[in-house]
Design a protein around this ligand. Structure first.
Ligand code: ADP
Length: 342
């Protein structure tokens, strides 16, 4: 019985996910992952447990990253689709394995409608596998490229969803560290605003008093304090969201350069423009939230929670957009969850 523990739980989750993914209980979810969050050596799959290949048909490749290939998996018995992130062991350095372990531990802490759900993890002779929910609307970057830019109304709703998710992540003392439109997926092709945040490969659990030093992120979205090698906090995610908000509204990036050194100099200075040609139709509030995010000093930069309260999300003078009110109400409820094992 023990030998089939991993996949019996995985099967449970996948069985129930076809119609009612949301109804996977927290208990099932944490039992599923906690086994794999034990010391790495215990991750090894008992030899009698069916392998991922025995459990899923591996379909087309749906994406690839620096360390992984992501395939669509179809459960052989019930036909449920999921995403399988595959890591080749022979190309992973020990530091990559540390990031992978942290990615798993972080995902096990998270349960939010705008964050990818982890269903299971497996170690096999040549690969590690992360099985997650499948998101079928494609990357936000592709959507922006297709649309050229977002209308302000759609950008606002999309940004509320991003801030909602990041407020939740930060309330759990987790920093994502690689927010960019490639790591935000639309849930299907018919929505421009409903999203799931993916790729927690650089994410890290911290304590409120911790500051981080490791240089990581993606060039156009990286915060100035990381480039300046200063200790940094969860506020780096807010800078990256500032770049994303700018991109959504006008379809181009606030900082660019002929090479990385030039780009990084511009980011460290934090000087960008609201070019009249592109920004004249955009509201003062949208520009205000963008500047308040693209603020070099992280202590003066908006936090995720402050961003949710920003007047851009208000309609009229004194009444808050009902959706923003709902998000903030839900957020207050969700902060009761705390991370174990910090
Ligand atoms: P890496 O950590 O190696 O960069 P990612 O997690 O970013 O890998 O995945 C690479 C790409 O695969 C993503 O940009 C996305 O296009 C696709 N992808 C990842 N996870 C999913 C998913 N759950 N559903 C659909 N596509 C996904």
């Amino acid at each position: 019985m023990t030998s089939n523990y991993q996949f019996s739980v995985l099967n449970n989750v996948v069985d129930s996910s076809s119609q009612k993914t949301r109804r996977i209980s927290d208990c099932q979810f944490s039992r599923l992952v906690s086994r794999w969050a034990l010391p790495w050596t215990s991750v090894k799959k008992p030899s009698t447990t069916p392998s991922i290949i025995d459990t899923f048909d591996m379909n087309k490749t749906i994406g690839s990253g620096a360390f992984s290939e992501v395939k669509e998996g179809i459960h052989k018995e019930n036909g449920t689709k999921c995403a399988v992130k595959i890591f080749k062991k022979n190309v992973l350095k020990s530091s990559d394995i540390s990031y992978l372990k942290e990615e798993i531990r972080v995902l096990q802490c998270l349960n939010h409608p705008h964050i990818i759900k982890l269903y299971g993890v497996s170690e096999e002779p040549y690969h590690y596998y992360l099985v997650t929910e499948l998101v079928q609307g494609g990357e936000l970057l592709r959507r922006v490229q297709t649309k050229k830019k977002y209308s302000e109304k759609e950008a606002k709703t999309l940004c509320q969803n991003i801030f909602d998710a990041i407020t939740y992540i930060h309330s759990k003392n987790i920093v994502h560290r690689d927010l960019k439109p490639e790591n935000i997926l639309l849930i299907h092709e018919h929505t421009n605003v409903e999203i799931k945040i993916i790729d927690f490969g650089f994410a890290k659990r911290i304590t409120p008093s911790t500051s981080l030093k490791t240089k990581c992120g993606s060039p156009f979205y990286v915060a100035p304090e990381i480039l300046s090698k200063k200790p940094y906090t969860t506020q780096v995610d807010l800078w990256s969201i500032g770049v994303i908000v700018y991109l959504l509204l006008v379809g181009y990036l606030p900082f660019d350069g002929n090479d990385h050194p030039q780009l990084y100099r511009k980011i460290r200075r934090g000087k960008f423009s609201f070019h009249a040609k592109h920004w004249s139709e955009i509201s003062h509030d949208a520009k205000d939230i963008t500047s308040s995010l693209l603020t070099v000093n992280p202590d003066s930069r908006l936090t995720a929670k402050q961003a949710l309260h920003h007047k851009w999300f208000w309609e009229g003078n004194n009444s808050m957009d009902p959706r923003a009110e709902e998000i903030i109400r839900n957020f207050h409820t969700s902060t009761n969850d705390v991370i174990h094992n910090q």
